[in-house]
Ligand binder design. Structure first.
Ligand code: PAZ
Length: 364
């Protein structure tokens, strides 16, 4: 029988969360970002405005400390950027902290920045030939986007992240600041966040090499987990060129990212309303996984979507209900955005959350 493990001395137990944040480096702009968030939150709290944190786009998983290669995902940030616009709408009047993947879609400019043709195609020479203006056919829609952009003004704070670790540091710090908003804070977590990462102690410092040549010179350490080559005398030679050693295959062994949403709900911003998104490709898994997330994290709403149909339908899963939200065929044909349905429903639920919180406060 194995001897029982010695009990850890009191105070020495580190949670997965503590370990993650103490062993991974914070993003270099974190302090500067949080100074902006503090000022933004204080200003809008004074105006008694509700604030939503919208997260958007994919997180990268770097394979090297001086990163040349990384793992990424499909998300362009359409859901986040589009939703942010509807939260900023005059009628909704939210202030939005837009935590987004660097260079992903942004509210308002998204209509032009990632279009299939260049933004320059929206312009034409003005009458005097001294400048440019929008083409006549685009003028009305551009004016509408521009007016909404100007109206949003200082209600939008956009902060970029790149890696999964940047994202988690920023999420933790922003949600802690939002805690001071009480129930007026809303967390709308639409970013496509990696479930896996490479811990720093297993990350190569320099670019991972595909052969053993100069391996020791470049890093002084083993270069990641390469599949060992049985036959060291094999070469990549298909012609009479000088012999070079055959490239090795790269085996990547990733750790699971600790589950942070429970900390968000319990500790970081417990009075905010929290909405997470759940993406699946297999429709048979979606509702079960969404319910599982609700049970596990005890938050307010999971919005589920399937990769192939995410722009036409989503499902709202709460502890009480499962409700599909769908665009009609006519809406799809007219390019109506599903966020025009999602955001107003989310706002009603947030209003309900605030009402319940205030009613509870009165009875205490
Ligand atoms: O960025 P996008 O609009 O192409 O995709 C949006 C989305 C599918 C990433 C989002 O709706 C979502 O489900 N986010 C959570 C993904 C997840 O981690 O399960």
């Amino acid at each position: 029988m194995a001897a029982p493990a010695a009990a850890a001395p009191l105070g020495s137990m580190q949670s997965d969360e503590d370990r993650y944040f103490s062993t991974n480096p914070p993003p270099k702009d974190l302090d500067q970002h949080m100074a902006l968030v503090e000022a933004f939150v204080d200003k809008h709290a004074k105006a008694n405005r509700r604030i939503v944190l919208v997260t958007s786009g994919g997180t990268t998983v770097p394979l090297e400390k001086q990163t040349v290669r990384f793992i990424d995902n499909f998300s362009a940030g359409t859901r986040g950027a589009t939703s942010a616009e509807y939260f900023l709408d005059d009628k909704a009047d939210y202030a939005v902290i837009f935590l987004h993947r660097q260079f992903s879609l942004q509210p308002y400019s998204r209509h032009y920045s990632h279009a299939t043709h260049s933004f320059l195609d929206f312009l034409t020479e003005d009458e005097n030939g001294h400048g440019v203006r929008s083409r006549d056919e685009d003028a009305a829609s551009m004016l509408s986007v521009w007016r909404r952009y100007r109206a949003a003004g200082d209600r939008l704070l956009a902060l970029p992240f790149v890696t999964i670790t940047d994202y988690l540091f920023e999420l933790r710090a922003i949600s802690r600041i939002m805690h001071r908003l009480g129930p007026n804070g809303l967390l709308y977590l639409a970013a496509a966040v990696s479930d896996f990462f490479l811990p720093p102690e297993r990350m190569a410092e320099h670019k991972i090499q595909s052969t053993d040549i100069n391996a020791d010179k470049s890093s002084g350490k083993p270069l990641g987990s390469f599949a060992a080559d049985e036959d060291e005398e094999t070469f990549d030679n298909f012609d009479s060129s000088p012999k070079v050693p055959r490239s090795k295959s790269l085996v990547i062994d990733l750790d699971p990212v600790p589950k942070f949403l429970k900390s968000l709900v319990d500790n970081w911003s417990p009075e905010s309303m929290m909405i997470s998104f759940k993406l699946e490709t297999d429709p048979d898994l979606l509702i079960g996984k969404a319910k599982g997330a609700l049970e596990r994290y005890q938050h307010h709403l999971v919005i589920g979507n399937i990769l192939a149909t995410r722009k036409q339908e989503v499902v709202f899963v709460t502890p009480q209900d499962v409700n599909w939200v769908r665009l009609s065929e006519a809406d799809v044909a007219a390019n109506v955005e599903i966020e025009t349905l999602i955001v107003p429903q989310v706002i009603s639920l947030h209003e309900e959350h605030i009402r319940i919180y205030k009613a509870k406060e009165k009875t205490q």
